[in-house]
Design a protein around this ligand. Structure first.
Ligand code: DX5
Ligand code: ZN
Length: 218
């Protein structure tokens, strides 16, 4: 299985101190930072976009930005996110009719590509072709749109289904993940762990990061 990666979701951070918050997480043992981009259309909320990501990438040299694009037209933002320093561009399979071309255009801009599925989307919505082409598969364990929601247990079997089909790919879980829900995610085969509230809401985030990592590594 690919190596364990812990990616705190900055949605739960103090946006007024975003670069400092990212540095604090990296110092605390995080590998990636998960950046939730919302457009007010694919999901009801608006969060941050390319101009903010560009500031973070400038302020935190070497940062790996895992950009989760909860947007209606994911084709539209590939160049802007690449120019802003995005490292990985994840789009929702529900938001595009041509995932293969989109993955090629993401790779052409030297970013990794990720494909996300919302709670009501079956794992079979990711075709073999798309799964093989992409670098990461994301199983949403909450409805996309906001942080701090309750983990949806019934999404976990989709992680196992995707792990069986794609043994060498990164598989990310996103939403409501923390020390109480990590066991199920790890056993199902996810290796990239997003956690917002559980990490930023803790008194000692580095301990939460270490706990999550040790469960997945076990
Ligand atoms: C939900 C986002 C998630 C979320 C994670 O729309 O994609 O990344 O912010 O935050 P927690 O861990 O608080 O559920
Ligand atoms: Zn996310």
């Amino acid at each position: 299985m690919p190596s364990t990666i812990i990616a705190p979701s900055v949605l739960a951070s103090d946006f007024g101190q975003l670069a400092a918050e990212c540095k604090r997480m990296i110092k605390g043992g995080a590998h990636w930072l998960h950046m939730d981009v919302m457009d007010g259309h694919f999901v009801p909320n608006i969060t941050l976009g390319a101009p903010v990501l560009a500031c973070v990438s400038k302020g935190v040299p070497g940062i790996f930005m895992d950009c989760h694009m909860m947007v209606s037209q994911p084709e539209k933002w590939v160049d802007e996110i690449a120019d802003a320093g995005g490292s990985l561009y994840s789009f929702h399979i529900e938001a595009t009719s041509d995932p293969v071309s989109l993955i090629h255009s993401i790779h052409a801009r030297n970013m990794k590509a990720g494909v996300a599925i919302s709670p009501d989307t079956p794992s079979t919505a990711i075709s073999d072709e798309v799964g093989e082409l992409t670098d990461m598969l994301i199983v949403m364990t909450v409805y996309p749109g906001r942080g701090g929601q309750k983990f949806i247990e019934r999404c976990v079997p989709k992680v196992s289904e995707l792990r069986a089909r794609f043994p060498d790919k990164d598989i990310e879980v996103d939403g409501g993940v923390g020390p109480k829900t990590i066991d199920a995610c790890a056993q199902a085969g996810s290796n990239v762990i997003v956690a917002g509230t559980a990490i930023f809401g803790a008194n000692e985030p580095e301990q939460v990061i270490a706990t999550l990592r040790s469960v997945v590594d076990a």
